[in-house]
Design a protein. Sequence first.
Length: 174
Amino acid sequence: MARLKAREADRRKDWCEKTSTMLARTYGLVRFEKLNIKNMTRSARGSTEQPGRQVRQKASLNRAILAQGWGLLRRRTEQKAPGRVEDVPAPYTSLRCSACGWIDKNSRKSQAEFVCSSCGFTCNADTNAATNVAAGQGGIPRPRRTAGAGGTTPPEQRSSVREPQPSRVEIPLF
């Protein structure tokens, strides 16, 4: 069993080395979603007074997350491409429309489906989030600097996250 676990770890390290080398050689800028892996893989066991729920499922999820080697890939890419790796804050990356920049929790129809409540853009939710991470769109809810960004939500679907609207400054032309 120990030999199998060691081979699994060797395969994970080999994949991270090859992938980080490819990323460093191919791209001038590499962006990663800033995930707190330590908190994501925290035990759900609880305490004697308040035992955790669905502990077995959470343990399985923790193993799957750790088996991917996200932290190792990020670290090795930073070492191979110093100064060319950026972290994109995770909040709102999966709720922001990659087409118009609108943020609405109602746009995320399911784990796999994203339909913007503002412009009607439809795609896979993970693809939409990856596009936002690649564009550096995450963190503070801000409209993009494109025409029509941050429009209004249709009256039948009110947004739970309101974006700050850009202020218009009139510059006199003399």
